[in-house]
Structures are given as C-alpha cells and as structure tokens.
Design a protein around this ligand. Structure first.
Ligand SMILES: Nc1ncnc2c1ncn2[C@@H]1O[C@H](COP(=O)(O)OP(=O)(O)O)[C@@H](O)[C@H]1O
Ligand SMILES: [Mg+2]
Length: 324
C-alpha cells in the first residue's frame, strides 16, 4: 500500500484502504476500491475523472451519506476519529460544523418551506448556540459577501423565489456558515455558463479569504475550474485513484496515460476525445482498468493491476510504465 504523506503539512483527513460496494439486483458491485489518500489543512484538492469514476461516491462516503444498499470498509480518519465507526449523534456534531457538504443537486437541497435566512443561520444555532437574531445577521452577511442581493429581502424569502445561480450561492453560504474545517463540494460548476462559473470561482476564493486554513475537496470534471482553484489534483478512473499530483505539475506534466489523454481532450488542446468507452465498474477490465484504451498498454497491464506508486513527495501514479 502506498501512503501519501508529507510531514511538513498537517493532515486533516486520512483515507485508508477504502472500498465501497453496492448490493444491487444484478449482484454486488464494487464502485470504489484501494483508495488511500491524505488531505492537508488549508489546501484545495480537485478530485477529477470522467463521469461514473466514483468521485461523488467518495464524497458521499466521507460525509456518510451513502444509500442503504452500500457497504463500506476501510478507514476515514478525521482528528483521530474514524468517521466510518462513529454513531449518529457524533456524526451530527461533525457534519456541518467540522465537515460540510455542498451537494450536486442544488434544486432539491434547499428546504422549500424554510426562509433562506433561517436555512443559512440554523447551523449556527445548532452548533454554536447562536441566538436567532445573531444567526440571522450572520446569514445576511454571507448573502452580501456572495452578492445574493438584496440580502435582507432574499433572507426573508423562500427558495422558489431564487434563480438557480442564487440557490447555489445560498447552498454554499449554508455549508460554510459554521466555518467548517473541511468543505466537500460536488460538481459546483455543473451546468453553469462561463459567467456563472467565474462567479463560483470567486466565491471559493472568498471562502478561502474568510478561513485560510479551510481544506476543500472539489469534486469536478471541469478541468479549467480545477486549474483555477486547486493546489493538488487527484484523478480517479473506474473506482480507483490513478494519480495524485501537484496542480502545476499535473497540468504541465501529467503522469498517467489517462491524465495525458484527459488533458488532450480539452477544447483548448484541440478536443481529441479519449479513444474507447469509459470502463464499467460493474464489469471492470482485467489488470489496469485503463489498459483497453491505453496507447502504451503492454502484456503486464492486461494481467495485473498496478499499485499506486509514490514517485516523490508530491506525486503518485498507478501505472506499470513507472514501475522500475
Ligand atoms: N445507489 C447505487 N447503487 C449502485 N450503484 C451505484 C449507486 N450509486 C452510484 N452507483 C455507481 O457507482 C459508480 C460511481 O458513481 P459516481 O460516484 O456517481 O461517479 P462520478 O461522480 O465520478 O460521476 C457508477 O458506476 C454508478 O453507477
Ligand atoms: Mg458525480
């Protein structure tokens, strides 16, 4: 097992040997496996990869929001506590206050019957015993910061009165109101046009200004977004982590053949699509799961799954090309 750690930085979350299975009518499906990674205090990490690679499942596993047919094994350590082992009351204390989650489905994530100002402020009442008035004014401050104006009016209103973009900013405001230590956001730019994406980038920058030691896990398939905000990049393919790299190093010299092709598929790089179809986790290819699409594949790639190899302090890759 290759661990990813850098002693100069403080680890905020450690994931070890994580595996998530689903029991479905077609049988048991392992959707993520062998996940080992550390998140550091104050860093922004982009979790990237094609649709279906397991990014959202990994996020849901950390915040413990998986459906009932899921089976999880391994460890997710936060402040010395294994999040996979704690009971629901401790989980409630951690969720929202310590670790916050911005879900992908913005529309269905706000309560239609509760005033916006109350929805943003309630974590402060729950977790910090704020009085109503103080929570309300904190909510208004956040609305102003995120330019959801007129903030006082918006706070008194309900979700159906807001545009999609405003709803999303409200959701982000409610996630960060309690100043969590770790924020996990699932595809915060999905379906947005360029102008709205820029707005979201700016909001994430404002969040960092507000709390510089906040760690952010950005689940995204938007490489441009990742490039703007991330310090590090983690790449998933078919349920496995296949590369961990510093942002600059990743965009200049990606390690895994999949990462190289992923970058070449960007519009700015000529939009060369990756050949073949994404592997299916329900029936993954043998050996390296990327081998059927890989221009460098050799015999060993078909036979044996490459471990995540640590190249140096900041770079890991799961590819036989790098195994000396
Ligand atoms: N409730 C579920 N039951 C069975 N399989 C699921 C369930 N939810 C997700 N999956 C499968 O898990 C895999 C990873 O999904 P997901 O994490 O949503 O991918 P991503 O976010 O990278 O697009 C997919 O193959 C998906 O079909
Ligand atoms: Mg997803």
């Amino acid at each position: 097992m290759s661990h990813v750690s850098d002693t100069s930085k403080e680890v905020i979350l450690s994931i070890r040997d994580l595996k998530v299975k689903f029991y479905t009518e077609e049988g048991e499906v392992t959707v993520i496996s062998d996940v080992n990674l550390d998140l550091f205090k104050g860093e922004t990490v982009a979790l990237i990869g094609e649709s279906g690679s397991g990014k959202s499942i990994l996020g849901h596993t950390i915040i413990r929001l998986l459906p009932k047919n899921a089976n999880v094994s391994g460890h997710i350590i936060y402040k010395g506590i294994d999040l996979l082992k704690i009971d629901s009351s401790l989980l409630r204390n951690i969720r929202g206050r310590e670790i916050a989650w911005i879900p992908q489905m913005v529309g269905s994530s706000l309560n239609p019957t509760v005033k916006i100002g109350v929805q943003i402020g309630e974590v402060l009442i729950d977790h910090y015993n704020y009085r109503n008035q103080r929570a309300w004014s904190s909510a208004i401050d956040l609305l102003k910061l995120f330019e959801v104006e007129p903030a006082e009016e918006v706070a008194k209103g309900y979700p159906h009165q807001l545009s999609g973009g405003m709803k999303q900013r409200v959701l982000i405001a409610s996630a960060i109101a309690a100043r969590p230590n770790l924020l996990i956001a699932d595809e915060p730019t999905k379906g947005l046009d360029t102008i709205k994406k820029t707005l979201i980038v700016n909001i994430f920058k404002k969040i960092k200004d507000l709390k510089p030691d906040l760690s952010i896990l950005l689940i995204t398939h938007d490489l441009k977004f990742a490039r703007e905000l991330a310090d590090r990049v983690i790449v998933m393919y078919c349920g496995k982590v296949i590369e961990i790299n510093d942002k600059n190093s990743f965009f200049e010299l990606p390690l895994h053949p999949y990462s190289k092709l992923l970058l070449k598929s960007l519009p700015s790089k000529g939009l060369y699509p990756i050949p073949g179809k994404p592997a299916n986790v329900a029936n993954p290819p043998s050996g390296c799961r990327f081998h059927p699409r890989c221009p460098y594949a050799s015999d060993i790639c078909e036979k044996s799954s490459p471990p995540l190899i640590k190249l140096d302090l900041n770079r890991c890759v799961a590819c036989w090309l790098y195994k000396r």
